[in-house]
Design a protein. Structure first.
Lengths: 264, 290
């Protein structure tokens, strides 16, 4: 049975965050929010500082200003799941998907085998991202879409309050990206985490995001896709007229977007 | 340090070769058998995460460590590992703080260390004569104290690998993901670099500066050809490494061979690699024709 859970993920507020690296200002006094339980997308041209904004949130780049993260259950540590753009590894490396999944949970080394409880948990997670049957494959032999789902399963294994995805659809075709975003919508509904993603693909963003931050070193606009992704804003940040964004696409079908419960 | 006579006395019974009756050969075998699991375990990570250049830089710091010992009138057995450890930790600190690429940071340290060593050596003719020892290795002169030091290092390294092997894999694949997913990346990186530096320095005694990287890489690279999982790769690397040191030492002591022990050990490991590659090619052909 699938159901819509009340959002219990984290809410994030950026307050005058500035990132300067090597004398270059990459982010200039940005203030933005990521609402609890939302699917927030950061859009902007190349070099706009989208990934830097994620890295500042993850504590990977030094910044000035403040980033506040709050969530419903303050009694435990914040849990973040991170899906990077890609893994840089030697494709000949003999590491199976199952080993990849359990390497963060299992303390006893993989050369003593994978424990049954971890194996079952990994298989459940892989099934939840429609990656059943991949567990014996080498990670170097996965396609772009399979790799993406495996990375998502790894991040979901953290039981995240906040799921951060850096261009999750890079390296997959339009259809693959759409399917991946549908899957993310479903998982967000079921698990109630807040989702933050960087994306280049405006049609996908307009269809799946509930909150958009338009970035070009500064925050150009912020709000719901319908409010923010206007021809004026997009022309201002991308420098050309973005006629690609179809107003009919502002119709997220996910129960999280419509707020309706669905019982199967 | 107490003598490990019981251990040494077992060897001629297990390997009833004439050469194994001599105490220095028994010590050499024990030393190599202690080194074998260390290079196998660390080598798997060196190969998977392309750290051969790091190992090379540490090995070249060995003779600078010796030179420093001579200048400071301290036994080189202490200055070599201490200096290697210092260089290893300094490289990791440089990598973590610098915007330069990893290769560039290691290259800079490599050059500095080698230049310093050469400068010291060029001032003292006695040191220059000893350099050959470090180029080719000198496992046959290993002493009881060295064996104890290797036992201690193997114990610490085994504990680290059992505790941290999976987390090291995580860090090697994507340090940011590992850190966000609550792995203590910095601590693991420093401890691994420290242990790898010490293993490299001990390997310099065994096989020399020229072959130390091979000692780390060849068993692990061979293991890749035989194994289908990250877990299996460790066992194959251990097997290749242990058999190579035993066979290599025995061959080098034969009258018909009389070769440098370090080089012979590496040649045996290389033989394993050729067999593994051949099998890999054969299996590939079979899969194509299925």
């Amino acid at each position: 049975m699938s159901y819509v859970r009340q959002p219990n993920g984290a809410a994030v507020t950026f307050e005058n965050v500035t990132v300067a690296l090597g004398g270059n200002t990459i982010l200039e006094s940005i203030s933005a929010r990521i609402p609890q339980g939302s699917c927030t997308a950061i859009v902007g041209p190349n070099g706009a500082g989208k990934t830097t904004m994620l890295l500042a949130l993850l504590g990977e780049v030094p910044y000035t200003g403040g980033i506040q993260i709050s969530r419903a259950d303050e009694g435990r540590h914040l849990r973040i799941g991170y899906v990077p753009q890609r893994l840089q590894f030697d494709r000949g490396m003999p590491l199976t998907v199952l080993e990849f999944m359990v390497m963060g949970w299992q303390r006893s080394p993989l050369w003593f085998g994978v424990r049954r409880s971890y194996r079952e948990r990994a298989l459940e997670l892989l099934a939840s991202v429609k990656a059943d049957g991949l567990e014996r494959r080498r990670i170097g032999a996965l396609s772009g879409g399979e790799m993406q789902r495996m990375l998502l399963a790894l991040a979901l294994g953290q039981v995240p309050d906040l799921l951060v995805l850096d261009e999750p659809a890079s390296g997959v075709d339009f259809q693959g990206e759409h399917v991946f975003c549908e899957l993310l919508d479903k998982l967000r509904c079921e698990r109630g985490f807040t989702q933050l993603m960087v994306s280049h693909d405006l049609p996908t963003v307009t269809h799946h995001a509930t909150h958009v931050i338009c970035l070009n070193r500064k925050v150009a606009a912020e709000g719901s896709p319908r409010e923010v992704l206007t021809a004026e804003t997009l022309t201002a940040i991308f420098g050309i007229h973005m006629g690609l964004v179809d107003s009919r696409a502002f119709s997220c079908s996910s129960p999280c977007c419509t707020g309706k419960s669905s019982h199967a | 340090m107490p003598e490990l006579n019981v251990l040494y006395d077992i060897i001629p019974k297990l390997l009833p070769f004439e050469c194994m009756q001599m105490r220095f050969m028994q010590l050499a075998l024990v030393g190599l058998l202690l080194l074998a699991p260390m290079v196998a375990l660390m080598g798997v990570q060196v190969v998977n995460f392309r750290m051969a250049f790091f190992a090379d830089a540490i090995s070249h710091s060995a003779f600078t460590g010796v030179a420093l010992g001579l200048i400071l009138a301290i036994n080189p057995h202490w200055t070599m590992p201490a200096f290697g450890l210092l260089v290893g930790l300094a490289i990791v600190a440089g990598q973590r703080r610098s915007a330069l690429s990893t290769d560039t940071v290691i290259g800079v340290f490599f050059s500095g260390v080698v230049a310093f060593g050469l400068a010291v050596v060029s001032r003292d003719k006695n040191v220059a004569r000893d350099i050959q020892r470090f180029l080719y290795g000198d496992i046959l002169t290993i002493e009881n104290g060295d064996i104890w030091a290797m036992i201690a290092l193997l114990a610490v390294l085994t504990f680290f690998q059992i505790y941290g092997y999976n987390r090291m894999l995580y860090i090697g694949l994507h340090p940011v993901v590992a850190k966000v997913h609550r792995v203590r990346v910095a601590a693991y990186q420093y401890i691994y670099a420290g242990l790898l530096s010490l293993v490299v320095i001990f390997s310099v005694w065994a096989v020399g500066v020229l072959l130390v990287t091979a000692m780390l890489i060849v068993p692990a690279a061979t293991a890749r050809n035989f194994s289908r999982s990250a877990g299996g790769m460790v066992w194959w690397a251990l097997l290749v490494s242990a058999t190579s040191v035993v066979i290599g030492l025995l061959i080098s002591a034969q009258d018909w061979a009389r070769t440098a022990t370090g080089a012979t050990v590496i040649l045996v490991a290389f033989g394993w690699f050729l067999i593994g590659s051949g099998l890999g090619l054969f299996n590939g052909e079979l899969n194509v024709h299925k």
